[in-house]
Design a protein around this ligand. Structure first.
Ligand code: ADP
Ligand code: MG
Length: 421
């Protein structure tokens, strides 16, 4: 595995201490190092970071890595620095830095010491930064969480739409690697189009999470649902879990009800200030509480490998969201139970929330909700439907790990027809 005179395995071992590449990593890295645009679609936890970090370390110049989450940028940079023992190997530029800090980053970049520069999209799209970037020797651009470019993704960020223009201004000949965990065919084509990827090689990993069990439960009355959740959690003593709710108030109500039933739980939503959120997140990560009851504000970038269940108290707003949120269970490959409580009333609530949005957004969302409803009401293998949504054909007849496969619903219509025949 030598590309352009670089022994990839030696580099993998030297810089990261790993013995083998995971999944498509080696092919991706080889492709990028040969100077081609590259598109990586890999589920969360699959190892996307290494796909650009290793090439950055072995290439001449600095790799510019666009990442949407300022909070995670520092973690990423700290992680890279911890492998390398040299602090100037990686830097980030975003709105949290002081003038003095920015100057230090600039100096390291101009001195050619830095191999990776993480930037927020708005940093790259600022005209005043253009001149500076244009003077750098850049190895490649990496666009992480590339689905942010698409309205059909679960986390649309309009600034991502301007990246291509800026990258072209800096230097149109630099290779681009785009990475995402969330590419439905629609999102995929949006990414290729909006980033102007030139005849990219696309590396798609399977999205199947075989260890996750999927179940949809009818949601009848609130107190009955709470009772059912309490029972479930009591049967899973000592196991950590997340409960997602649609609105903030419900997180607090539900957490209170769980506590009244002897379950250690905290509520989490974006209405709490940063300190409270950080404390509660820690309480959950350190297992001081068993359950965190949260809005979707919780979870992005959370790396707790042994979350054993994810319960949806309300229907999520898209299949994509459902997949991402349930995907936080069983990261370690062991058990992960995903239970969704489904009612028509919640669907109406979700639709109601959309009433003030602009028409185009309303249309997109309405379709996403309809797809989720169809998923919830289907008697087909849940896994098959989820994977189909990501453009993947699940071949097995019975996945053996969802409600529809384990307890097939009686096919009444089919029976009636058989009788008539
Ligand atoms: P993603 O961005 O796809 O969600 P990450 O890049 O954060 O995933 O990687 C997930 C985990 O996998 C990290 O803990 C990382 O250290 C580990 N990892 C990545 N590549 C390898 C490898 N080749 N061998 C072993 N562990 C790896
Ligand atoms: Mg990642």
């Amino acid at each position: 595995a030598t590309v352009a005179g670089i022994d990839l395995y030696a580099a993998l071992n030297e810089h990261f201490g790993f013995d083998a590449f995971k999944g498509t990593q080696e092919a991706v890295i080889t492709n990028l190092l040969s100077g081609k645009d590259t598109f990586v679609i890999m589920p969360t936890g699959g190892g996307k970071s290494l796909c650009y970090q290793l090439p950055a370390l072995v290439s001449e110049g600095v790799a510019i890595i666009v990442s949407p989450l300022i909070a995670l940028m520092k973690n990423q940079v700290d992680l890279v620095r911890s492998y390398s023992s040299k602090d100037d190997v990686a830097h980030f530029l975003n709105s949290t830095l002081t003038k003095k800090e920015i100057k230090e980053v600039h100096d390291d970049l101009l001195a050619g010491k830095t191999k990776m520069l993480y930037v927020a999209p708005e940093t790259l799209t600022k005209q005043e930064n253009m001149e500076f970037f244009s003077d750098l020797k850049i190895s490649f651009f990496a666009v992480d969480e590339a689905h942010c470019i698409s309205e059909w993704g679960h986390d649309f960020r309009p600034e991502y739409r301007r990246l291509k223009e800026m990258m072209d201004q800096i230097n149109p000949d630099i290779p681009i690697i785009a990475l995402t965990a969330t590419a439905t065919p629609k999102v995929q084509s949006d990414i290729v189009k909006n980033l102007g990827l030139r005849n990219p090689d696309i590396y798609i990993s399977s999205f199947n999470r075989g260890n996750l069990y999927y179940e949809i439960q009818p949601k009848i009355k609130k107190d009955q649902t709470v009772k059912s959740i309490v029972k479930f959690i009591s049967q899973n003593k000592g196991k950590s879990g997340i409960i997602y709710t649609l609105n903030r108030k419900t997180t607090e109500e539900l957490a209170d009800m769980l506590m009244a039933n002897g379950i250690k739980a905290v509520a989490y939503h974006a209405g709490f200030d940063g300190k409270v959120r950080a404390d509660r997140q820690d309480q959950f990560l350190n297992e001081d509480v068993q359950v965190i009851v949260a809005t979707i504000a919780f979870g992005m970038g959370i790396d707790k490998p042994d979350i054993r269940f994810v319960i949806h108290f309300n229907i999520p707003k898209s299949i994509e969201n459902y997949y991402q949120e349930t995907g936080r269970a069983g990261r370690d490959g062991m058990e992960g139970k995903c239970i969704l409580y489904y009612s028509h009333k919640d669907v109406s609530k979700l639709e109601h929330l959309m009433r003030d949005k602009p028409l185009s957004e309303r249309e997109v969302t309405a379709q996403m909700i309809q797809e989720t409803v169809a998923f919830a009401e289907s008697s087909v293998c849940r896994r098959k439907i989820l994977l189909h949504y990501f453009g993947e054909e699940y071949q097995q007849e019975n996945c053996g790990n969802c409600d529809n496969c384990l307890h097939p619903k009686e096919k009444i219509e089919a029976k009636d027809e058989a009788v008539i025949a």
